[in-house]
Design a protein around this ligand. Structure first.
Ligand SMILES: Cc1ncc(COP(=O)(O)O)c(C=O)c1O
Length: 387
């Protein structure tokens, strides 16, 4: 009998230890973990540097209120600001909190410049921005919002890839467009760089803000620190989470100076967000992932992985429909029943996770070894050959 609520459809397996790319189950089996807590353990399990910093800080100071200056948070904010478009950062604890706070920043900005009517956020229909009430209505998914009425107002939606629909839905009340740079849960759908450029141009023309949700695709996952970097655009607001904590719950909203000016004392807060323990871990993750040499390795290894996956697709064209994604945010779209395929992979000791549109999501740690990629390819080939 489990006393946990039944809101997850859990697989009948549990783990007691992790090391790098591997998880060890309670019944003594070793699994190649290409889920990594859904892009959370960016440096794999039990990274020695993260263990060291966590142990050290745990003996000094865990938590103080944001009523006081937290030097560890100041330090991490400075590092992020120096490496990115951001001028200011607000720390949270999770992705949904970060996207909610991003929405608040956009609304508050227009309020602060005397245009409070500009308070609607335009999002992609069936996207994913988290599970809080505002985030599910931002996502515009019938399934996620079912039973959670009344509707949280202030969100409009356009169809993915439908530029006409996008332009039609912008009105005098629109404050911002919010999209995932790469749509994760919805099936690893990349917004091409030229579209990101177009989005920026459109936002400038209409004098509205651009929010890019990089909760899943950011923090080195694509080989760039942010997935939008290749497009050379600068968003106004970027919520992040997952990878920045390397397994420790951290979220944050990154903003430019213009919008940050609206976030005056008392406009937002979080009891836990940005505490010394979280910030120390975040600093260490940032130091490792933001290095050019680290990101170059992500680019090199992920290219190798993609090429191998494309070969599998060519070998099994009736099973694999498409290889999607960028860097180590990979989607393998199959023609039928991705759940059964994921189960077979798991039986062969490779852990992956589903996304919409019959996609198998593959999320290795960013520091995965080439030999581990080879191992995954071997398992994928084997499952394809018997499917
Ligand atoms: C793009 C995106 N935004 C927001 C979230 C919500 O993050 P969390 O589950 O930490 O609240 C997720 C989680 O998967 C995500 O992928």
């Amino acid at each position: 009998m489990s006393y946990l609520a039944k809101n997850y459809n859990r697989k009948k397996i549990s783990f007691n230890r992790g090391k790098g790319s591997f998880l060890f189950s309670n019944n003594g089996k070793k699994y190649l973990d290409f889920v990594q807590g859904i892009a959370v353990n960016s440096l794999g399990h039990a990274h020695p540097k993260l263990i060291k910093i966590l142990n050290k800080q745990s003996k000094k100071l865990w938590h103080v209120s944001n009523a006081f200056i937290i030097p560890e948070g100041e330090q991490l904010a400075k590092k992020i600001a120096k490496k990115t478009f951001a001028d200011f950062i607000m720390f949270q604890n999770s992705g949904a909190e970060a996207t909610e706070a991003a929405i608040k920043v956009a609304k508050r900005y227009f309020y602060s410049i005397g245009k409070p009517h500009k308070n609607r956020i335009l999002c992609i229909k069936n996207s994913f921005h988290g599970r809080t009430l505002a985030a599910i209505y931002a996502s515009g998914s019938k399934k996620m919002t079912e039973g959670f009425g009344p509707r949280v107002v202030g969100f409009d939606h356009f169809k993915f890839g439908d530029h006409k629909d996008l332009k039609k839905k912008i009105n005098k009340n629109t404050a911002a467009i919010m999209v995932e740079t790469i749509m994760g849960e919805s099936g690893i759908k990349v917004i091409p760089d030229w579209c990101l450029k177009g989005l920026r141009r459109l936002c400038d023309k209409k004098k509205i803000l651009l929010i890019l949700d990089e909760v899943q695709c950011g923090i080195g996952r694509t080989g760039d620190f942010f997935a939008f970097e290749k497009s050379k655009i600068k968003p106004d607001i970027v919520p992040i989470a997952k990878g920045i904590g390397g397994g420790f719950p951290i979220g944050a909203v990154l903003m430019n100076k213009k919008v940050a000016s609206a976030m005056t004392s008392g406009t937002h807060g979080s009891t836990f967000g940005g505490n010394p323990l979280a910030m120390k871990v975040g600093n260490e993750v940032m130091d490792i992932i933001s290095k050019k040499s680290f990101l170059n390795k992500v680019k090199k290894h992920s290219k190798y992985f993609h090429n191998k996956l494309i070969k599998i697709k060519q070998k099994y064209p009736k099973i694999i429909k498409e290889v999607r994604g960028r860097g180590f945010l990979i989607g393998l779209q199959v023609y039928n029943d991705q759940i059964g395929f994921i189960k077979k992979l798991m039986d062969n000791r490779l852990l992956t996770i589903k996304a919409s549109e019959n996609v198998i999501r593959i999320l290795p740690p960013l520091n995965v070894r080439k030999s581990e990629i080879d191992e995954a390819i071997k398992i994928l080939n084997k499952v394809c050959s018997t499917y």
